[in-house]
Design a protein around this ligand. Sequence first.
Ligand code: FAD
Length: 461
Amino acid sequence: MDKKSVTVIGGGPGGYVAAIRAAQLGAEVTLIEKKRMGGTCLNIGCIPTKALLDSAHVYHEAGASAGIGVVASPHLDWSMVQERRRSVIDRLVLGVEGLMRTNKIRVLYGLAGFLDPHTVCVNMADGQKQRVSSDFFILATGAEPLVPPIPGAGGDICIDSTAALSLEKVPDSMVIVGGGVIGVELATAYHEFGTKITVVEMAGNILPNMDRTLSEKLKADMEHRGIRIMTGAKVCSFEKKGDMCACCVEQEHTQITLEAETILLCIGRKASLKGLNLEKAGVRAERAILTDAFMRTSAENIYAVGDCNGQLMLAHAASEQGIIAAENCMGGSRSFDGSICPGGVYSFPELAGVGFTEEELREKNISYRAGVFPMAANGRALIYRQDTGMVKVLTGEPYGELLGVHVYGPQATELIAEAALAIKLEATADELIDTIHAHPTLSECVREAALAAQNRAIHTG
Ligand code: FAD
């Protein structure tokens, strides 16, 4: 029997993972990528931001280490910070390219656009055009930064997150428009590098999708460290003022002008659909490509995963959707459930959550109990000199099933994996409590918060 052919468009974590899974299942796979393997995540997203944050964190820690008996006076070598960012990316991209070879995936570099539901034309990097026909397509073209319809936003006054990763020098001052995950992470990093930061957020709080108690705590800690955060503040215009950039901000009916060396726009991302000619393939899209839970688009042989379907805009969600789409191309019938998808903010300290937030439970009228444990009562957190964190566990009534877990503190983005597994397995607070956690670890805080939700707290009053 002929092998099924699967063509993947986009080499990010949605696309390259889909390609590998389809190859594992016996398909003849082609992957088309217009720029560089690894997509946004490896080249201009998750990985470079965390590389910068790690340099920033080590710089901060080295400067603050006298209290533990290590006296150091660090200085910043910005070109080495940048070199290190590039080398981490290069290593990972090489790894993905290697995976394409070992899985016998044909890789074409160029821009793909549909001619009909079974054929794309690839405008190759070398100027040639190549037609690729396939039984199935998996679209994984990602997203690009949104430019708001604000006077001055589209020109060269503001930079986006991509430019912010490779600045020639550390700016003296920066206004960051948008207090979402990317804005908060870059604010944290540049603050530690010495930039005077102002974050302008239109909503009532930064990180509006995260648990409110914990995101407010992060905001207070960022402000305490010297980052200015304006919430409920709307930017009206941007302009150049000599060497400086200015933005006019309206807050509580008052307009003020903020000036900075750099203005960074981080107000969100929109699906990247340019050049795909979706209409020729019968694929429906509004702001993003529309799919069902099986990741299938309106064309029966075409699937769409990751940021281009606009659902979760997270790398791990893109990869999971990629696996599901590949399996469904090969005869499977798996659906994607995004309700148990952890989200993380790699600030100092970190913030992470999975499942429902307290705000969502209230909105949905679901009865719950909340247990909170402060990291100040945990030995390991104190040893890490980070005592402002806390864990919140939300459990259902009357069975005590875990509904949501939210962590603010060191390694929150690692701690959340246990909670994701527990919620996925429909564990109760009692089951989490009965699981012995090693001491001294930060993971004890998750167990302690579950104890608090059951009114059985041991280490808090
Ligand atoms: P992408 O990674 O964007 O890949 C899409 C690929 O498709 C690109 O390589 C593009 O060149 C290619 N392409 C587009 N159109 C075509 C075409 N017509 N033909 C051929 N190729 C095409 N997520 C997290 O989970 N954790 C994080 O810590 C995190 N940090 C982030 C930090 C920043 C600054 C940014 C911008 C994003 C971050 N994200 C993070 C989001 C994450 O990067 C995306 O969710 C993820 O990359 C989406 O994967 P994807 O495969 O859908 O798309």
